[in-house]
Write a protein that binds this ligand. Structure first.
Ligand SMILES: C[S@@+](CC[C@H](N)C(=O)[O-])C[C@H]1O[C@@H](n2cnc3c(N)ncnc32)[C@H](O)[C@@H]1O
Length: 248
């Protein structure tokens, strides 16, 4: 569907933008550890969007919890090898939306209704004490949207993205144990010429509003010339160490 390509692109951009991303990655790791301290017990920790592990404090989590599950659609070999260094860390190929397989069917049979996200993985797991969703929320509908662009209208794709985002937020409320959320929310295009004002803004959560964040920062996600030689693209990141309380 394009998830592997997307992961390879993120890895390549990380290598080019390591310096510009450093503060965001450090903030993310710090929030994950702060949130993990709030877990009622230290049996199982689940990390959604673990992916390339750039922003995951893996050693500390493996020391804090009996088991750490790294959940993502794509686990590259370097990340698998990194995980192998910790006996209590498990790699899990898992679709956080629960809808990706159905989307693949719909692309072949366009007459079928667009599937909705209703994730259930781990909802009945009594040993799950901590879940964190790491820079994943805005991505949930991105690749599926591109994948379905030949058989669905732009408004149908926007509705799918919005439903995926809302379903994930609800999922984080339904999961047992403590849950936390870190996500980019709004992207702004800043001209390279410092005197010019911002050019354009995008809501990458497709209209789904988040509560006032506990922590927020800017992530220079695509400094010039990544997307354009004339502009830097900056994402506003919101973080919640206790999603269930924040979303109440
Ligand atoms: C921007 S990355 C998150 C940052 C990542 N932790 C890193 O180290 O760079 C988004 C991650 O979400 C994953 N992802 C996208 N859709 C997903 C889904 N439906 N289920 C699980 N993971 C998904 C991607 O594979 C990717 O690894």
């Amino acid at each position: 569907m394009g998830f592997l390509t997307s992961s390879i692109q993120v890895r390549a951009r990380y290598k080019r933008c390591r310096f510009e991303w450093m503060e965001h990655l450090e903030q993310t790791r710090a929030i994950i550890l702060k949130a993990a301290q709030l877990a009622p017990r230290r049996r199982k920790a689940l990390v959604f969007g673990a992916g390339l592990l750039h922003d995951i404090p893996l050693r500390q989590l493996s020391e804090m919890f009996e088991q750490v599950v790294l959940a993502d659609l794509v686990h590259t070999w370097p990340c698998r090898l990194e995980a192998l260094r910790f006996p209590n860390v498990k790699i899990l190929s898992c679709d956080a939306t629960g809808a990706i397989q159905a989307l693949a069917v719909v692309a072949r049979r366009p007459g079928l209704p667009t599937p909705e996200s209703r994730p259930v993985a781990f909802v009945d797991d009594p040993t799950l004490d901590f879940t964190v969703s790491v820079n994943l929320l805005s991505q949930l509908g991105w690749v599926p949207g591109v994948f379905l662009s030949k058989c669905r209208s732009p408004s149908q794709i926007e509705a799918l993205k919005s439903q995926f985002v809302a379903a994930h937020l609800d999922y984080l409320k339904r999961l047992p144990g403590h849950t936390a959320l870190i996500t980019d929310t709004l992207w702004t295009e800043h001209p390279v010429a410092a005197s010019a004002s911002p050019l354009e803004r995008w809501d990458v959560l497709s209209g789904v509003c988040l509560p006032e964040p506990e922590h927020a920062w800017d992530w220079n996600i695509a400094p010039a010339p990544e997307r354009s030689p004339l502009a830097h693209y900056v994402a506003r990141v919101f973080a919640y160490t206790d999603w269930k309380s924040a979303a109440f």
